[in-house]
Design a protein around this ligand. Structure first.
Ligand code: ADP
Ligand code: PHD
Length: 451
């Protein structure tokens, strides 16, 4: 069987939902459909998830929520009416939306998670209803009923291993279809918690692993995965096939088309992933495969960039001789619950790179003063605007001169990287630049390898 996931961009209107349903029904093996909340209808439109966040905040600020509820309801009404559902058929959407504030939540973070999750929950419910209306043996399956258990932060949860034991109990009849909401699971105490933004990709991968799917099809609004972000490079080359490892590095570093955490269940379940276009389902898209099934076509598979980093640069002579230096820094970070992303080092210096989302100005001041007091470095510099460029390709380890080509391409644009780090697997090279240089750096490197 196949698990098929449609992103919000593929479910934004009734017409698009019709396309998605046509694709779902075109192959009998497609038995489980994972859906996102309706996404943007036009480039400067708004996703239902963002409307739900606004709803939660309006409620928490004790302001009138009737207008925002109407706005959210209108999105589902448009889809339902396109398929001929009546006002009565759609009443449940309004009822569930208006009752959200009346539920019990352990705190405001859980409230926000539950409001957000309803973008997916209502959409799955509605799409199951539409399929039933068309006479199909389709049912809405909820994460509670399926046992999709999550732990961790209510708005940045992780799947719990028992989920796979629970999903193993699911038996589908040959003609049965399930519609499953993406983006959230249930905590052991029964509350809703969501994955991080874009997390419906993760649900699709969990289901693909848990239901032992032969293929996880991920439908979006582009012809698969390109070698660079189309917002930076005009008409970038498509990637026909790539490995899990390559995709994990590229999605971590900015290829937002597929969530980096969604690779893990697929890898664990050995399920190949096919990223395809809802608006052009005949296009083969991109296959993401285990290393063993893969032959590299290009030296470099992709060039990604992400700008939301900051870095702490520390310089101290004879650092390499000082035992416990790194341990003391990590203890300070741990005390404040701050994860770090990378820590490249030299003989007398070390750079610690952070994802900006885990920090605020107060925390930055606090960790800088504690590190200054504990470590007493000769130089401590906080670099607030830090970008990471990731150049990824399985074939890179077999080719000489890759680093020189990258550095020369940057030199031609007068960019001198702040950091260069080659991963132990030798399939990726990470470059640190200033935020404002990142797009130029991506263009220079892309042109070097693809033009
Ligand atoms: N390397 C890339 N290849 C393809 N798309 C990319 C890439 N990097 C960024 N994107 C963007 O990702 C978008 C699709 O992701 P997203 O909006 O999350 O889709 P969905 O709503 O289907 O989940 C594309 O429209 C494209 O603009
Ligand atoms: N709706 C959620 C989850 C998601 O995956 O959405 P999308 O498929 O539109 O990226 C979000 O906006 O974050």
């Amino acid at each position: 069987m196949k698990v098929i996931k449609f992103g919000g961009s593929s479910l934004a209107t009734g017409k698009q939902v019709e396309r998605a349903i046509r694709i779902f029904l075109a192959d009998d093996n497609r038995q489980a459909m994972v859906v996102s909340a309706p996404g943007k209808r036009f480039s400067d439109g708004i996703k239902v998830t963002d409307l739900l966040i606004k709803y939660a905040k309006t409620y928490l600020n004790k302001q009138d929520t009737s207008e925002i509820v109407e706005q959210i309801f209108a999105r589902y009404q448009e889809i339902g009416q396109y398929f001929g559902l009546t006002k009565e058929d759609l009443n449940f959407v309004k009822e569930i939306l208006t009752s959200l504030p009346d539920q019990q939540y352990p705190n405001d973070d859980y409230l926000l998670a539950a409001f957000k999750a309803h973008g997916e929950r209502l959409n799955a419910y509605l799409i199951a209803k539409i399929l039933q209306h068309q006479g199909l043996n389709a049912k809405f399956l909820d994460p509670t009923e399926a046992g999709l258990i999550v732990t961790g932060e209510p708005n940045d949860a992780s799947v719990s291993p028992e989920t796979y034991l629970n999903l193993d109990q699911i038996r589908l009849q040959a003609d049965e279809k399930i519609v499953f909401p993406g983006f959230f699971g249930i905590t052991p105490s029964g509350h809703i918690a969501t994955f991080s933004r874009g997390g419906s990709d993760i649900t699709g991968a969990i289901l693909a692993r848990g239901l032992h799917a032969d293929l996880y099809e991920n439908f979006t609004d582009v012809d698969g995965i390109f070698s660079a972000n189309p917002a930076i490079i005009d008409d970038p080359e498509s990637i026909h096939q790539m490995t899990y490892r390559e995709m994990r590095e590229l999605s971590y570093a900015g290829f937002s088309v597929f969530h980096d955490e969604a690779l893990i269940p697929a890898i664990q379940g050995d399920v190949p992933i096919n990223v395809k276009n809802t608006n052009d389902p005949e296009n083969p898209g991109t296959m993401i495969l285990p290393e063993k099934d893969f032959h590299a076509e290009q030296t470099v598979t992709g060039v990604a960039s992400k700008k939301h980093f900051s870095a702490l640069y520390l310089h101290k002579y004879l650092l390499n001789k000082e035992a416990g230096f790194t341990l003391r820094i990590l203890q300070i970070l741990d005390k404040h619950g701050i994860p770090y992303e990378h820590m490249p080092s030299g003989i007398d210096d070390i750079t610690i790179i952070f994802d900006r989302k885990f920090l605020n100005d107060q925390l930055i001041d606090l960790i800088c003063s504690e590190i200054q007091a504990t470590i007493n470095p000769d130089q401590l510099e906080w670099i607030d605007d830090y970008a990471i460029i990731m150049i990824v390709g399985e074939e890179m380890k077999n080719q000489d001169g890759i680093n020189a080509r990258i550095l020369n391409a940057l030199l031609r644009e007068h960019i001198s990287p702040q950091m260069i780090n080659q991963g132990a697997s030798q399939i990726s090279i990470m470059i640190g630049t200033k935020k404002e240089e990142a797009d130029t750096a991506v263009k220079a490197i892309y042109n070097e390898f693809f033009k």
